[in-house]
Design a protein around this ligand. Structure first.
Ligand code: NAD
Length: 478
């Protein structure tokens, strides 16, 4: 499969109005490999016109027609998974094998969204005397989704499929760091049976095409995934323009609490996978680990062994053998190096601690211990293969540390004491909590979203379509 580098507008590969292109650097080599069209405000205007034309007829389709296209889209992604995985690896450094693993869950997600549209219900009420009242759940019409770079395929899916299942058209803006696979998916939606203009894809930069979407008066709903700082801008722009409905899926600094009665080996293995998947560039990565002092040595030994095993083959992300790939780009690589310096000054280095001396943007998987809770290493989202392991003495202390953050995306507790597990699950200030697990990859029937500055609203779960609909109450006098 050849990479697509032009915008997907009204079902066609379309050159951007300005004719401008921007380069992509392969993070495994540090070298430019391709250039991509750079959309701007004018391209947004064109896409909005086609979206306005596309959604009413689509919304009028029988639910089974919508469901069939959603299921077919899932099949097409899996049929093209090898090519998509290689392009993902070259664009943003996710190892091809982990991309394929991520894509293997996509048919399940598509089936779930399809079944939600087939079984959608509205309510009726006869409680008001002389009335038969009911609700209509209607699409917003033209909507938008802004993607981060770390999950261009899965996050594309989590936004587009519920949006169109609910009857909307959606314009996706991919990240400037990972625009290739969303453009390919934009092409595949035509093959799946979605009409032209229903799902369109624009590549380009945030302050131009991203803000044009967030400020657009005809776009009534925007779903954003990315950093907390940009999420705040999206909300401001919605307020400045037409008060569009906003969903924000933002950053995290996920804590894990490990008690002495836990399966320590399992906790260590799952924490290692969680912080190393996609070279630590995962919003729910277990970056802060609080271990009871009595088991700290044993945990660290097991954690170290699991990290070494996970990262045994460091190399080009397209290579099948590679288990640990590069960071997405030089900006991210340089940012992580600064945090490594902070860690070396403020904590103890258990593992790694530096960038790797090779071409591309590789960071050695790194574990710091005994880092002050006030350190930037503990408080800020690093978004790299870097974790902190600190000891605690009491349950109260562990929960206090876990909650002492402005983030609240995912938190875990490991213990065999069910009462303690449930007590802590209710105390953790987090949109999602794992009991004896880190974040599962295939729980599409559970809502996904953050507390505090990790976000507003949710995706997935049984209400996934309602986030893309507005509710009308109809009062009928009989
Ligand atoms: P980012 O905020 O830098 O960029 C995200 C998107 O916003 C990109 O498409 C970018 O072009 C766009 N953007 C930037 N400035 C903009 C502006 N002024 N107006 C409109 N759009 C603008 O985030 P990133 O570096 O791409 O992604 C990493 C972040 O995403 C991390 O914080 C991570 O935790 C978070 N994330 C969260 C989830 C979740 O579900 N909660 C999932 C994945 C990633």
């Amino acid at each position: 499969m050849q990479p697509i580098t032009k915008l997907i507008i009204n079902g066609q590969e379309t050159a951007c109005v300005s004719g401008k292109r921007f380069p992509l650097i392969d993070p495994s080599t540090g070298k430019e490999w391709i250039q991509v069209d750079e959309a701007d405000k004018e391209d947004v205007e064109i896409a909005v016109k086609y979206a306005e034309q596309a959604w009413p007829a689509w919304n009028a389709q029988h639910a089974s027609v919508k469901a069939a296209a959603i299921r077919k889209f899932g099949e097409l992604i899996v049929a093209n998974a090898n090519d998509i995985a290689n392009l993902e690896a070259q664009t943003m450094g996710k190892t091809a094998s982990s991309s394929r693993l991520e894509m293997s869950f996509i048919p399940m997600f598509c089936n779930y969204f399809a079944s939600l549209t087939e079984t959608a219900q509205s309510t009726t009420s006869t409680n008001t005397p002389g009335h038969l009242n009911y609700t209509l759940h209607e699409p917003y019409g033209v909507t938008a989704g802004i993607l981060p770079w770390n999950g261009p395929v899965s996050i594309f899916l989590m936004k587009t499929m519920p949006a169109v299942a609910a009857g909307n058209a959606i314009i996706i803006k991919s990240s400037e760091k990972a625009p290739i696979t969303p453009l390919i998916l934009g092409k595949l939606v035509g093959e799946a049976g979605f009409p032209p203009g229903l799902i369109q894809v624009l590549s380009g930069f945030g302050p131009t095409v991203g803000s044009a979407l967030a400020l657009h008066m005809k776009i009534r709903k925007i779903s954003f995934t990315g950093s907390t700082a940009t999420g705040k801008l999206i909300q401001q722009m919605s307020g400045q323009s037409n008060l569009k409905a906003v969903t924000l899926e933002l950053g995290g600094k996920s804590p894990v609490i490990v008690f002495p009665d836990a399966d320590v080996q399992r906790a260590a293995q799952e924490c290692a996978v969680s912080i190393l998947f996609n070279a630590g560039q995962v919003c729910v990565g277990s970056s802060r680990i609080y271990v009871h002092r009595s088991i700290k040595e044993g945990f660290l030994k097991a954690y170290q062994a699991n990290i070494a095993a996970f990262a045994q083959n460091i190399g080009n992300a397209q290579d099948e053998k590679t288990t640990h790939g590069p960071q997405v780009d030089k900006i991210q690589y340089d940012k992580i190096k600064q945090y490594l310096e902070v860690g070396r000054n403020e904590g103890d280095v258990l593992l790694g601690g530096s960038a790797l001396d090779r071409e591309g943007f590789f960071i050695d998987p790194t574990v710091f211990t005994d880092v002050p809770e006030t350190s930037r290493l503990v408080r800020e989202e690093i978004f790299g293969p870097v974790s902190v392991v600190n000891a605690f003495e009491t349950e109260e202390e562990a929960v206090t540390h876990a909650n002492d953050t402005e983030f609240g995306l995912y938190a875990s507790v490991y213990t065999r004491d069910i009462n303690r597990a449930l007590r802590i699950a209710s105390k953790l200030e987090s949109g999602m909590v794992g009991v004896n697990c880190t974040s599962p990859t295939s729980a599409m029937d559970m809502p996904f979203g953050g507390y505090k500055q990790s976000g507003i609203g949710q995706e997935l779960g049984p209400d996934a379509l309602s986030f893309w609909k507005q509710t009308k109450s109809v009062f009928v006098k009989i």
